[in-house]
Design a protein around this ligand. Structure first.
Ligand code: DGY
Length: 321
């Protein structure tokens, strides 16, 4: 009997087909709707392998319900939705998809920064609503990106990729990271700063740290209060790192100028979220890695990890090995 693989989202058949030789494949038949919790709990009861996306919460309850589980492949670089320590303690391998999404996510981070700086969404919406009635001397004005100061919180692979883009825009780059990166400083001329210095000196603050108990809420009311009144906050990492209530208040009272968010505490963002009432916010539905090439590359890494596991080889990109 082949081991059972449960796939929590419908994946392209050409990617799933090679797995059928090694696994009894069962798949949630929707690309757009998450597998319901009760279905997931039922399916993991017999699964040896599980293929998840970021909306599948793999917590104690799921692990307890999965006595046969040996591998979880995760179609994301971030894995805060998986109780990795506990999985590891149970001998379950967890894999993710780093590297292949670095440049794509950096593109999106920079695009969101620019869109927020120039309020492109607001201008587009106004134009479609027939509000472009004449050329106004100070109409539809934003702030400059070129030559301004960017503060990057979290100088990992994506942070470095954003910094290369920022340098092409002649930006002065500050960064804050758990550990200093002298090599990156020498190569790109960016400067390490304390969180306080970064917040108070940046025109754009970009959040790129992964979500963890240590980073949860690190940008709260006090930190936002340190930012310039003209500054823009951009988060493309995970919701929950920025305190949304504090951010809402700061945007509403114009303590900072604007925010660009690709990620939220609750996803999908509920339509009654107060954030959606603000004019000075640009929102996107968590699309950092969303290009066809990159999403297919992520799927391919997961597929290869599953194939390797089935053949008794080392799966790629094991988290906390
Ligand atoms: C990730 O990979 O963690 C992104 O947030 C989803 O692509």
């Amino acid at each position: 009997m082949k081991p059972i693989l449960y796939i929590c989202r419908e994946m392209p058949e050409e990617m799933v087909a090679p797995l059928r030789e090694f696994y009894e494949v069962d798949m949630w038949p929707s690309t757009s709707e998450a597998v319901p919790r009760e279905v997931l709990l039922e399916k993991v009861a017999t699964a040896t392998a599980l293929w998840v996306v970021i909306s599948d919460r793999i917590d104690q309850e799921v692990l307890d319900a999965a006595p046969e589980l040996k591998i979880i492949v995760n179609m994301a670089v971030g894995y805060n939705h998986i109780l990795v320590e506990e999985a590891r303690a149970r001998g379950i391998i967890v894999t993710n998809t780093p590297d292949v999404l670095t440049e794509t996510t950096a593109d999106l981070a920079f695009a969101l920064l620019m869109a927020t700086a120039r309020d492109m969404m607001g201008a587009e919406k106004a134009m479609r609503a027939g509000k472009w009635t004449s050329w106004e001397p100070l109409g539809f004005t934003g702030v400059d990106v070129y030559g301004s100061t960017l503060g990057i919180i979290g100088m990992g692979r994506i942070g470095e990729a954003v910094m290369r883009r920022a340098k092409a825009f002649n930006m002065n780059v500050l960064y804050h990271n758990r550990r200093r990166k002298p090599g990156v400083e020498d190569m790109h001329g960016c400067r390490y700063a304390t969180l306080e210095t970064l917040l108070s000196n940046s025109d754009f603050v970009l959040v790129l740290v992964p979500f963890s108990e240590e980073t949860k809420g690190i940008i709260g009311a006090e930190e936002i209060g340190m930012m310039k009144e003209t500054a823009i906050l951009v988060n493309v990492s995970r919701g929950g790192i920025v305190d949304e209530t504090a951010l809402f208040k700061a945007l509403q009272s114009h303590t900072i100028r604007a925010a660009g968010l690709d990620v939220f505490e609750i996803e999908p963002l509920p339509m009654d979220s107060p954030l959606l009432t603000l004019p000075n916010i640009t929102v996107l539905p968590h699309i950092g890695s969303a290009t066809i090439k990159t999403r297919l590359a992520m799927i391919s890494l997961n597929q290869k990890a599953l194939l390797a596991f089935a053949k008794g080889e080392e799966p790629n990109h094991q988290v906390m090995k």
